[in-house]
Ligand binder design. Structure first.
Ligand SMILES: Nc1nc2c(c(=O)[nH]1)N[C@H]1C(S)=C(S)[C@@H](COP(=O)(O)OP(=O)(O)OC[C@H]3O[C@@H](n4cnc5c(N)ncnc54)[C@H](O)[C@@H]3O)O[C@H]1N2
Ligand code: MOO
Length: 388
């Protein structure tokens, strides 16, 4: 991935995170934090019981013991008056421990007789007690900058009393699917909806448009897209054919074409340009090539635009479950599936395939110098994370 990695870095580094803004938590779902979140209140909010049972002073229960039950404390109650020596309080899960109490004996290990409770075994100080702030202390770091506010992260913010966060704006992306064949519907526009869904999954707002193979029409659409969006993706028309107009249209608009042609297979004709500081990604039309170029370049760049701390897929070195054919030259990216034994099985590599990407849960990267790779060879594997 060495040489290709340099292209990938050049594209991803050319993109900077969008402006941060302060937003209500309810509007921040799926966005990335531009600033860390610190707890405004501790979690748990008070030192509380982890069980239904009896709050005691551990020093009173060093062996079999009998204590007087002075009151009951429920979740949501205040801790109330201190517990004196020889006293116990009935307590329920999540209820605050009264001052003086330092342990809880579970219901099942206690015998209640009127106003008294007896225990057979000793109790350890701190047993079944959740100290205030054990999870996150007040002022403590709850989430780091760059973290995505998914469902569980939103829950953490609520628990630590945070109602507003500083998050990166949701990127706006326009996808222009080019080609008379997709405008007329003779070739189904399969790439457009894939990109639309994949970008939405990254937290972007997406508009998909279809454009004929006409330089003027494409130039106009690109101008409009660049005015409206933070990032523009084109599909098709980026190779050397008579109707491949993407580069020419961008040059007409004064865009700076930074990359056109990358040492990978599939996806060789990929183009990257900047126009007024905005990224434009020219993806090949052939479905597998389009989606590989999306994985290598667009996904990490968009995640960076969206403020993500770690924009790259998780990469593991896994052994091949079957030989991988091919010759040296360009880095090869192959759709693959993880076997149950942890090996990775290639599932075809024609640039036009569409079923391979749909079945895959990983991408294997064979370096440019590699020829045929034998079964069992360790290979770089990107986890696609969607599961099966
Ligand atoms: N003489 C050469 N020909 C080609 C070269 C080359 O270097 N010299 N490169 C090949 C490579 S590699 C690729 S990849 C393809 C990509 O070319 P384009 O990006 O210009 O794509 P198109 O020609 O417009 O379309 C290719 C193929 O994909 C279909 N397509 C287009 N858009 C969609 C869509 N939205 N959904 C589904 N399928 C789509 C289109 O109908 C074509 O079948 O070029 C090689 N040629
Ligand atoms: O690089 Mo193209 O994507 O092989 O067919």
């Amino acid at each position: 991935m060495d040489k290709l990695g340099r292209y990938q870095d050049a594209v991803v580094q050319a993109v900077a995170p969008l402006a941060p803004e302060r937003v209500r938590l309810s509007l921040a779902s799926g966005r990335r934090l531009a600033e860390p979140v610190h707890a405004l209140r501790p979690a748990p909010p008070l030192t509380c019981s982890a069980m239904d049972g009896f709050a005691v002073r551990a020093a009173d229960v060093t062996g079999p013991a009998r204590l007087q039950v002075v009151r009951a404390i429920f979740a949501g109650d205040l801790p109330g008056a201190p517990l004196g020596p020889g006293q116990a309080a009935r307590i329920y899960t999540g209820a605050p421990l009264p001052p003086g109490a330092d342990a809880v004996v579970r219901e099942e290990a206690a015998r209640e007789e009127g106003a008294w409770v007896s225990f057979r075994a000793p109790v350890r100080e701190g047993e079944h007690v959740r100290p205030q702030g054990e999870d996150v202390p007040a002022g403590g770091l709850a989430l780091e900058a760059g973290a995505r506010l998914g469902p569980r992260q939103l829950g953490l913010c609520v628990a630590v009393g945070v109602q507003e966060v500083v998050a990166v704006r949701r990127p706006r992306a326009v996808v222009l699917a080019t080609g008379d064949e997709v405008v007329r519907g003779r070739t189904p526009d399969s790439n457009g909806p894939v990109l639309e869904a994949a970008l939405a999954a990254l937290g972007a707002e997406v508009e998909l448009r279809r454009v004929p193979d006409d330089l003027d029409a494409l130039t106009g659409e690109l101008r409009g897209a660049l005015a409206a969006a933070d990032a523009v993706l084109t599909v098709g028309g980026v190779s050397v054919g008579a109707r491949d107009h993407v580069r020419a249209a961008l040059e007409r608009l004064g865009a700076e074409v930074r990359v056109h042609g990358v040492p990978m297979k599939p996806g060789k004709p990929f183009l990257f340009a900047l126009s007024g500081g905005k990224p434009v990604f020219g993806l090949p039309g052939s479905p597998s090539a389009c989606l590989v170029a999306f994985e290598v370049f667009v996904r990490p760049a968009l995640l960076r635009l969206a403020g993500a701390a770690r924009p790259f897929r998780r990469r593991l070195e896994l052994r091949l479950a079957a030989p991988l054919r091919g010759k040296p030259g360009r880095a090869r990216l192959i759709w693959a599936r993880l076997d149950d034994d942890g090996r990775v099985r290639p599932i075809g590599r024609d640039a036009a395939q569409i079923r391979g990407p749909a079945l895959a849960d990983a991408l294997v990267v064979a370096p440019s110098e590699a020829g045929e790779l034998a079964e069992g060879t360790p290979v770089e594997t990107w986890l696609l994370e969607e599961g099966r």
